[in-house]
Design a protein around this ligand. Structure first.
Ligand SMILES: *Cc1c(COP(=O)(O)O)cnc(C)c1O
Length: 423
């Protein structure tokens, strides 16, 4: 790569021309062709088919069918979509269901675990986890009482040796809860090894797939994962605030109960009985009425991923992050930009964090005047996500070039240091 990097644009164009996934970009709305969008790990792009399907659902579903729409397919959406996503994450079709947000699903599964493991008082996680997951664990501890949360620290904020996590697992541990791919550095935890280690001491594992579903191959069954949650608005391209999914390993389903006992998780919601009896299987983790309009919007994005195949997506994504890191080394490192993501491709998800003390203002300048959308994660991370379904190699080269200009020409100095709104 170092030979060809002298002319990165021709290299990128060649890689784009040879890319077996190149046709997928056309199946998304690209409103502004100049915009380099490297934030698909925060909100994925809109598939063309989704725009159509949402319009159909509003106009003929809601507009004409009215309440009859429930029997025309809406009622089974949580299961049907769950069965599709199951194929992306190596789960059985009866092990995944769509409901609520990732945060709420995480809470349901963590509380269910504590209830099912009354003698165990320890929850283990790490400090690279998504903060919401830590807040939720703290909330569970508050409700369950006498629960200890152990947060294993990463030495460098980028990676974490599995042995350090294993050292905290013991006969008192109820749950090991980790993000499969961490949101800042993109570190991939060894899901198989840690699931096995937890099982050896009788603890359950709860994996947050927020940054791994749709970006890297996940094989929950083969890895022996017990529980998982994930969101569908990132690499699944399900739209802003799209509902989340949850996974419970088949053999565990009957032994766990949701702390939110709503009528959709009841054995027969329409018998209107006054006593709650949990539905058999994964359905017991539903709570209330599914948000149909946002749920129908999830399917086309999932279909695109299934059509492309996760192996193929991973191969392209790795080439793209390799290229990105090669260009960082060559063009940005000399300007004082750090690499805050793993070098080892086997341990790196589909986003790369670049660190600079002026990261926040650089990110602002990129969005405001360089038509490049990354995102920013404190303290200094400019996060660049590649979504292999629609990001081109040329965009990767263009993205690095725009960052270089903003730093070299000090364009960021025009922007204030405070943060505003969603970054
Ligand atoms: C995005 C993300 C979430 C989001 O949770 P919501 O409840 O959908 O807001 C949770 N966990 C991880 C790891 C994420 O990346």
């Amino acid at each position: 790569m170092s030979v060809e990097i002298a002319d990165p644009l021709s290299l990128a164009r060649r890689l784009d021309a040879e890319d077996p996934l190149r046709g997928f970009r056309e199946r998304f709305v690209i409103a502004d062709p100049r915009l380099v969008y490297l934030d698909g790990n925060s909100l994925g792009r809109l598939p063309l088919r989704t725009a159509e399907l949402v319009r159909e659902t509003v106009e003929s579903g809601w507009g004409e069918d009215l309440v009859r729409g429930w029997n025309g397919g809406w009622i089974d959406l949580p299961q049907r979509l769950g069965a599709k996503v199951a194929r992306l994450i190596g789960a059985g079709e009866d092990e995944v269901i769509f409901a609520d947000s990732t945060s709420v699903d995480f809470f349901k599964l963590a509380m269910a675990t504590l209830e099912a493991r009354p003698g165990r008082k320890k929850l283990v996680t790490d400090d690279m986890n998504f903060p919401s997951d830590l807040y939720l664990l703290q909330g569970c501890a508050r409700l369950a009482g006498e629960v200890e949360i152990v947060v294993v620290p990463s030495e460098d904020g980028v990676s974490l040796d599995p042995e350090r996590i294993e050292a905290e697992l013991d006969g008192g541990t109820a749950l090991l809860a980790l993000s499969h791919v961490t949101f800042k550095s993109g570190w991939i935890h060894d899901l198989g090894r840690l699931s096995r280690s937890a099982r050896e001491v009788g603890a359950l594992t709860l994996w947050d797939l927020g940054h791994s579903a749709g970006s890297i191959p996940v094989d929950l069954q083969r890895c022996g994962a017990d529980l998982a949650v994930g969101c569908s608005y990132k690499y699944l391209n399900g739209g802003p605030g799209a509902p989340a999914f949850l996974y419970v390993r088949q053999e565990l389903q009957e032994s766990l109960r949701s702390p939110i006992q709503g009528w959709f998780g009841q054995r027969d919601p329409f018998d209107f009985a006054l006593e709650y009896r949990p539905a058999p299987g994964i359905g017991r983790f539903l709570a209330g009425t599914p948000p149909v309009l946002s749920m129908v919007a999830v399917e086309p994005g999932v279909d695109l991923l299934l059509e492309a195949g996760m192996e193929c997506i991973r191969e392209k994504s790795l080439r793209q992050t390799e290229l990105l890191i090669g260009l960082w080394d060559d063009r940005l490192r000399p300007l004082g930009v750090a690499l805050n993501s793993p070098r080892d491709p086997a341990r790196r998800g589909s986003h790369v964090s670049l660190g600079h003390p002026e990261g926040l203002r650089i990110a602002r300048a990129l969005v405001e005047e360089m038509a490049l959308i990354p995102d920013f994660r404190r303290p200094d991370n400019i996060r660049l996500g590649v979504a292999a379904l629609y990001n081109t190699f040329e965009e990767v080269v263009e993205g690095i070039e725009r960052i270089r200009r903003v730093i070299e020409e000090r364009i960021y100095e025009r922007y204030p240091v405070e943060m505003n709104g969603v970054t």
